[in-house]
Design a protein around this ligand. Structure first.
Ligand SMILES: Cc1cc2nc3c(=O)[nH]c(=O)nc-3n(C[C@H](O)[C@H](O)[C@H](O)COP(=O)(O)OP(=O)(O)OC[C@H]3O[C@@H](n4cnc5c(N)ncnc54)[C@H](O)[C@@H]3O)c2cc1C
Length: 258
């Protein structure tokens, strides 16, 4: 199998991490249990000692439109899917313009914005075990029980393209910081907001080394000045500790720490 050297200070959205050799998966039978599969690294915080990493080759970046379905390779960036849907007047994928990542990463995370989630139009995923229908996958808010690498996702087309929805999603992004981040740091606990809790324990804008909880949106852990893994991880633990001590709530990470 081939490998590719990746500098995670450049590749990951939070701009933290070492340079590592990453395995490139070119065939479904190359998927191995010990690999941690990465997509666009928009939701990852990578330490100096992560498990062996692998990613899909470019072969898995494609979109096929057949009957009323889209067959999308898991390495396809969401932005490419959005452009395709705009061109062919396909609705239900407008939020992908405002969401960084690959289709594989989004399916695994059930990524979305408000009530628009990638699982809404999903019919099936393809893994090394073949096609698995959505009915056999457990999923919820930013959660799925998918264990294997996703090679392709199949979606149903239910709607036509809506410019209004594109605009609505872009407006929702206005309160997000521009500094490098990995999106929301914690999942919102039931009936509350992680950002509100972080602010309530005095950590909005709080800094450790080069990392901080953003002034603009407290649930965004941002890299403001060459942050290290330790800076970011210390902040995560501090927020969890303070929120638990003050509110008895265990903040669950949305960011995957490797
Ligand atoms: C500025 C910013 C804003 C964001 N806003 C949102 C938001 O509003 N809503 C939201 O849901 N998310 C948001 N995110 C997070 C991110 O967009 C999503 O988590 C996205 O799904 C990450 O995709 P990725 O390809 O980068 O995956 P990665 O970050 O590389 O990986 C994320 C997870 O997906 C798994 N994975 C990746 N590829 C595959 C595959 N082929 N098969 C199986 N598993 C795979 C990884 O193992 C990992 O567990 C934001 C991120 C940023 C940087």
């Amino acid at each position: 199998m081939k490998k590719r050297s990746i500098d995670f200070k450049k590749y990951s959205s939070i701009k933290i991490g070492p340079t590592l050799e990453v395995w490139i998966i070119e065939r479904e039978d190359e998927d191995r249990k010990e690999f941690f599969i990465i997509g666009g690294a928009n939701n990852l915080l990578i330490s100096d000692n992560p498990p062996p990493l692998a990613m899909l080759s470019k072969k898995y970046s494609y979109i096929e439109h057949k009957d009323n379905k889209l067959f999308i390779g898991a390495a396809t960036p969401g932005g490419v899917v959005h452009s395709f849907c705009k061109r062919y007047n396909i609705g239900g994928f407008e939020f992908l313009k405002s969401l960084p990542g690959t289709i594989g990463g989004m399916v695994k995370m059930n990524a979305g914005l408000k009530e628009y989630e990638i699982f809404n139009n999903l019919l099936a995923i393809k893994t090394k075990r073949g096609y698995i229908p959505k009915s056999e996958i457990d999923f919820g808010y930013r959660y799925t029980d998918i264990k294997d690498t996703v090679f392709e996702a199949v979606f149903e087309i239910k709607d036509t393209f809506s410019k209004d929805r594109v605009e609505m999603f872009q407006n929702l992004r206005k309160n997000q910081p521009k500094d490098p981040s990995a999106g929301s740091c914690f999942k919102n606990p039931k009936g509350d907001y992680a950002g509100r809790l972080i602010e309530a324990v005095g950590l909005r804008g709080f800094r450790v080394g080069g990392a901080a909880f953003s002034e603009k949106h407290a649930n965004f852990l941002v890299n403001i000045n060459n942050a290290t893994f330790k800076d970011a991880f210390d902040l995560i633990r501090l927020a969890q500790k303070r929120v638990y001590e003050n509110f008895g709530i265990k903040l669950e990470r949305e960011i995957k720490v490797l």
